[in-house]
Design a protein around this ligand. Structure first.
Ligand code: NAD
Length: 490
C-alpha cells in the first residue's frame, strides 16, 4: 500500500460539517484530530461541532422533512439503490479509510463495506413495501384503516467499531421510511461517515435529508438536539452506560428510541459438538474486528471433557496470528482503538490471572507505536473474575468449563446483557432447548457470525431496545395511525 494512495484518499475526505447540503467549518472554527491507532499519528484535522452547529443540523433536517417524507417511496428506494451501487464501485477507498482510522485489517474492512452496503440494498427494497390494513371492525359498524407514517427528524449516534455499517444500518431504514436525519459518528472514526455522505449526495439524496456533525463534545451537543421538540426519534449504538443516559434525556420528549448497546456473549461448546467447526466458529466470533464487536464471544463455556483440547487448539491457531497495521499483508490483528481500551483489556487479563486463570498465550501490551494488545488465551477462568462480567472488547479468549447442561445455561444467562449467544452441539433436541432457554436477542446455533441485513439485529436485557435490519428495521422509523370511518353501506 503506497503512502501516496493514503494521502490522496485522506485529501479527498471532506473536513467540514455537512449541514443542509453544504460543507462548512464549525462555528468558532474549532477542529479536532483524528488519529491512526496503529501509529498514534494524526491523519486529519476536522471541524468540531458546537451546540449551535448541532441545532443548525436539526434545523436542516426539520426543513427537509415535509418534502422527503412525501417523496414517492420508489424514488427514495432508487436513491438508496444508487448509493449501494456507488459504494460497491468505491469499495476500496472505504475499506482503506476504515483501516486507517479504526485499525482493522484491510480484508475485514472490505467485509464491512459489503455488509454495510447490504443495508442500502435491503432497505431500498423495503422502502416500496410499507403497507397498511383495511377492514371492517368486528361489530360491522365501521371500517378500520391502519396506515404507516415516517416518525420525523431522527438523531443517529454511531460507535467507532463499525464506522460504515453502523451508519448505513440506521441511515438506510430512516431514509427508506421517509425520515430525515442528523448523524453523529464516534469522534475516533468520523472520516468514513464524511466520505459516505459525499457518496449519498452523488446518489441523489437531497440537501438537508442527511446532515453530519462531528464533535469532541458529544454530551452537550447531543443533549441540545435530544431536548429539541422537533426531534422525534433517537437511534443509538454504543455502550450501555451512555445509552442509559440518553434514554433519560429522551424520556422528556417521549422520543421513539432504538438502543443497540453492550454485550457479554456466551459461547457454549457441548461435548457432542463438531470440535473442528466449533474452533472455527470461536475464532470468528472472538477475533473478528480485533475482538471489538458487540457480538464478540466474551465467555467460552466449554464442556469439561473437551475444555483442554479446545483451549489447546485455539492457542495453536492464535500462535499463527500476525499483529500489525491493518494495511500490511497477512495481518490478522490490528491495534485497539485507543489507550483507554488497552488499559481496560490489560486490567481484565491481570484480574483473571490474579484470580487463578491459566495464561496460555499473549497477555501483554505490545512494545511498539500505536495501541496494540497481544491476542490472548486464558483457560480455567475462575468465577468472580471481572472478565466474565464485563465486555472485553479486545482479542482475549476466556474459557470456563461445565459438566451439566443446566450449568451451561445458568452460566450463559448469568449476565445483565442479552445481545447474542453462540451454541455448538450436534444434538438437535439440545439445540432446540437452547433456543428456548437462553436469554438472548440473537443466537448462533453452530455458526460463529450471525449478522445479516435481512435479520432483526438487537438485544434483550441491558443490551438494548428495538431491532435493526430485517423486516423489523424500517418499522423503527415508522409510526402507526388507526382511522375509523362509518360503515359506507349504512
Ligand atoms: P460509546 O458509548 O462510548 O460511544 C458511542 C457513541 O456515543 C459515540 O458516537 C460517542 O461519541 C457517543 N457518546 C459518548 N458519550 C455521549 C454522550 N454523553 N451523549 C451523546 N453521545 C455520546 O461506545 P463506543 O466505545 O464508541 O462503542 C463501543 C460500545 O458499543 C460497546 O459497548 C459495544 O458493545 C457497543 N456496540 C453495540 C452494538 C449493537 O448493535 N448492540 C454495535 C456496535 C457497538
Amino acid at each position: 500500500m503506497s503512502d501516496t494512495r493514503e494521502t490522496d484518499l485522506l485529501g479527498h475526505v471532506p473536513d467540514g460539517l455537512y449541514i443542509g447540503g453544504q460543507w462548512r467549518p464549525a462555528t468558532g472554527g474549532r477542529t479536532f484530530a483524528v488519529t491512526d491507532p496503529s501509529t498514534g499519528e494524526t491523519v486529519k484535522e476536522i471541524a468540531d461541532a458546537s451546540v449551535e452547529d448541532g441545532v443548525a443540523a436539526l434545523d436542516a433536517a426539520s426543513e427537509a422533512f415535509p418534502s422527503w417524507s412525501t417523496t414517492p417511496a420508489r424514488h427514495r428506494a432508487e436513491i438508496l439503490r444508487r448509493a449501494f451501487d456507488l459504494l460497491t464501485e468505491r469499495k476500496d477507498d472505504f475499506a482503506l479509510l476504515m483501516t486507517i482510522e479504526m485499525g482493522k485489517p484491510l480484508k475485514e474492512s472490505a467485509g464491512e463495506v459489503t455488509y454495510g452496503g447490504e443495508f442500502l440494498r435491503w432497505f431500498s427494497e423495503e422502502a416500496a413495501h410499507v403497507q397498511g390494513r383495511y377492514g371492517a371492525n368486528p361489530e360491522g359498524t365501521g371500517r378500520m384503516i391502519v396506515t404507516q407514517h415516517p416518525v420525523g427528524p431522527c438523531y443517529l449516534i454511531t460507535p467507532w467499531n463499525f464506522p460504515l455499517a453502523m451508519a448505513t444500518r440506521k441511515i438506510a431504514p430512516a431514509l427508506a421510511a421517509g425520515c430525515t436525519v442528523v448523524v453523529k459518528p464516534a469522534s475516533q472514526t468520523p472520516l468514513t461517515t464524511s466520505l459516505f455522505v459525499q457518496l449519498l449526495e452523488d446518489a441523489g439524496v437531497p440537501a438537508g435529508v442527511v446532515n453530519v456533525i462531528n464533535t469532541s463534545t458529544s454530551g452537550p451537543v447531543s443533549e441540545a438536539i435530544i431536548s429539541d421538540p422537533r426531534l422525534r426519534k433517537l437511534s443509538f449504538t454504543g455502550s450501555t452506560s451512555v445509552g442509559e443516559k440518553l434514554l433519560e434525556q429522551a424520556a422528556v420528549g417521549v422520543l421513539r428510541t432504538s438502543m443497540e448497546l453492550g454485550g457479554n456473549a456466551p459461547f457454549i461448546v457441548f461435548e457432542d459438538a463438531d470440535l473442528d467447526k466449533a474452533v472455527e466458529g470461536a475464532l470468528a466470533a472472538k477475533f473478528r474486528n480485533i475482538g471489538e464487536a458487540c457480538t464478540a464471544a466474551n465467555r467460552f463455556i466449554v464442556h469439561s471433557s473437551i475444555a483442554e483440547e479446545f483451549a489447546r487448539r485455539i492457542t495453536d491457531r492464535v500462535r499463527d496470528f500476525r499483529t500489525g497495521r491493518g494495511t500490511d499483508e497477512g495481518v490478522t490483528i490490528g491495534p485497539l482503538i485507543d489507550e483507554r481500551a488497552v488499559e481496560k483489556v490489560s486490567e481484565l487479563v491481570r484480574d483473571a490471572v490474579a484470580n487463578g486463570a491459566t495464561l496460555r498465550i499473549g497477555g501483554e501490551v505490545l512494545e511498539r507505536p500505536g495501541t496494540f494488545f497481544a491476542a490472548t488465551v486464558l483457560s480455567d477462568v475462575r468465577p468472580g473474575s471481572q472478565i466474565l462480567r464485563e465486555e472485553i472488547f479486545g482479542p482475549v479468549v476466556a474459557i470456563v468449563s461445565f459438566t451439566e447442561e443446566d450449568d451451561a445455561v445458568r452460566l450463559a444467562n448469568d449476565t445483565e446483557f442479552g445481545l447474542i449467544s453462540y451454541v455448538y452441539t450436534q444434538n438437535l433436541a439440545r439445540g432446540m432447548r437452547m433456543i428456548e432457554r437462553l436469554e438472548t436477542g440473537m443466537l448462533g446455533l453452530n455458526v460463529g457470525v450471525v449478522s445479516n441485513p435481512a435479520a432483526p439485529f438487537g438485544g434483550w436485557k441491558l443490551s438494548g431496545l428495538g431491532r435493526e435490519g430485517g423486516a423489523e428495521g424500517i418499522h423503527e422509523y415508522l409510526q402507526t395511525k388507526y382511522t375509523l370511518t362509518p360503515d359506507p353501506f349504512a
